[in-house]
Design a protein around this ligand. Structure first.
Ligand code: SAM
Length: 239
């Protein structure tokens, strides 16, 4: 007996060429496609031959799950397309739990997170000898998170990347306990044609970002790795 299955696929950060080969094949051949409309490039949705394409924006988890269960049980190929990589600030675990309960298996295909499209835009490394051996990925408190750990985490000297924080940029900078002249960057729409990069320091990045007109869909990156020249040590491997 074939067990009905749903594929969770990482769409990549925006550039439609940054989906994996495996993800692309599943996307193209899907019968039902459910995608995160606000962050997935429409070119990927158009590329799919799916007869039913649903934007998950505004849909309740129960609606998504019942559509996926019905299609999977009817032998259809089902793809749930998440932006970037599904493991970062997505909601796959709750969907997987519901699907499993209804007898549907799940497989996950990773994607290129915006985390990596941002480091590519900055042409830097999050881990860099002599600058930082550690990367912290986090988000500020807000409507869906009561408390954050930003102040404590910022004392470690690790590279930091903030998701879901563009509209709280000033508050985040105020919470940081690293020196105010620590390099900082905001990368808007990494890998999209309208990508914007703003660089500065902890004490001026909020104003510069405001001047650039960026208010959403960006990552905030803090640490010496934003401005690595003159700070790093050469790697042992290539010396
Ligand atoms: C719900 S999270 C999804 C993250 C996604 N799973 C990933 O791996 O990129 C949405 C947040 O990711 C960030 N984001 C997503 N795509 C982005 C992009 N292309 N450039 C910059 N930030 C992006 C923004 O902070 C946005 O508010």
């Amino acid at each position: 007996m074939v067990i009905p299955a749903v594929w969770f696929v990482g769409a990549g950060p925006g550039d439609p060429d940054l989906i994996t080969l495996k993800g692309n094949e599943l996307l193209v051949n899907a019968d039902l496609l459910i995608y995160a409309g606000s962050l997935v490039n429409p070119a990927l949705v158009e590329r799919s031959r799916a007869e039913v394409k649903l934007d998950s924006w505004g849909m309740k988890i129960e609606e998504m799950v019942s559509a996926m269960v019905a299609a999977a049980k009817a032998g259809k190929s089902v793809v749930r397309l998440h932006s970037g990589d599904p493991s970062l600030y997505g909601s796959i675990v709750e969907q997987i739990a519901e699907l499993k309960q209804q007898g549907v298996e799940v497989k996950v295909v990773p994607g290129v997170s915006s985390l990596f499209a941002a480091s590519a835009a900055l042409k830097t490394q999050y881990t860099l000898k002599g600058v930082s051996e550690t990367l912290i990925v986090t988000r500020p408190a807000g409507e869906t998170l009561e408390e954050d750990d930003i102040s404590r985490l910022s004392e470690t000297g690790a590279s930091m990347v903030f998701f879901l924080g563009t509209d709280k940029l000033s508050e985040i900078m105020e919470k940081l306990r690293c020196p105010k002249d620590t390099p900082a960057a905001v990368v808007y729409h990494a890998s999209w044609p309208d990508q914007k990069v703003v660089t500065g320091k902890v004490d001026d990045i909020a104003q510069k970002t405001e001047e650039a007109g960026i208010h959403k869909t960006a990552l905030i990156i803090i640490g010496g790795i934003v401005d690595p020249m003159g700070r790093y040590q050469r790697s042992v491997l290539y010396s």
